[in-house]
Ligand binder design. Structure first.
Ligand code: SF4
Length: 96
């Protein structure tokens, strides 16, 4: 039997998400992010949800893997809210 190896992108694409459109579980204060020189969130998020556009940090909580890494590395407290999504919302991991 041959087992096909999946790339990280393919594995991430198998996960299912129920996005809570009414209540984001992660909220940034972009005025704080603007003053952050390191912006570690841009490199640590395994889902690449933090991006930089015209010098501003952009973020979309849809697709969040709920790992908590951004919360840990955000030393300037630009993340003003980090909780798990409400019940039945968020990621359901599928392992292919
Ligand atoms: S909790 Fe993890 S996956 Fe979600 S935004 Fe933060 S670093 Fe990315």
């Amino acid at each position: 039997m041959t087992v096909k190896k999946l790339s990280p992108e393919e594995l991430l694409g198998i996960n299912k998400f129920v996005v809570d459109e009414e209540e984001p579980h992660i909220v940034l204060d972009k005025s704080i992010c603007a003053g952050c020189k390191e912006k570690p969130c841009l490199v640590v998020c395994p889902a690449v949800l933090y991006t930089l556009k015209d010098g501003e940090v952009n973020f979309d909580y849809a697709g969040c893997l709920e790992c908590g890494t951004c919360r840990i590395v955000c030393k300037n407290k630009g993340i003003i809210k980090w909780t798990y999504p409400r019940g039945t919302m968020g990621v359901s991991f599928r392992y292919g």
